[in-house]
Design a protein around this ligand. Structure first.
Ligand code: SF4
Length: 64
């Protein structure tokens, strides 16, 4: 699984980082940065949860 955040949609709310800080970081505000791409197996379920919780649908999953 690969994952991206669309910086034009991201609000910088930090919900994704709260769910899976190993993959998403707000260190480079104002929007979330992806730390692990491709996403290791152990974080993939949490990334899917972050996609569902993101209020702007800014997280894009690319299944490989
Ligand atoms: S949950 Fe969505 S809008 Fe919020 S910081 Fe993450 S990518 Fe951006």
């Amino acid at each position: 699984m690969r994952v991206k955040v669309d910086p034009d949609l991201c609000l910088g709310c930090g919900i994704c980082e709260g769910i899976v800080p190993e993959v998403f970081s707000m260190a480079n505000e104002p929007y979330a940065e992806v730390l692990l791409d491709p996403v290791p197996e152990e974080y993939q379920d949490a990334v899917r949860e972050a996609v569902e919780e993101c209020p702007e649908e800014a997280i894009i999953i690319i299944e490989e």
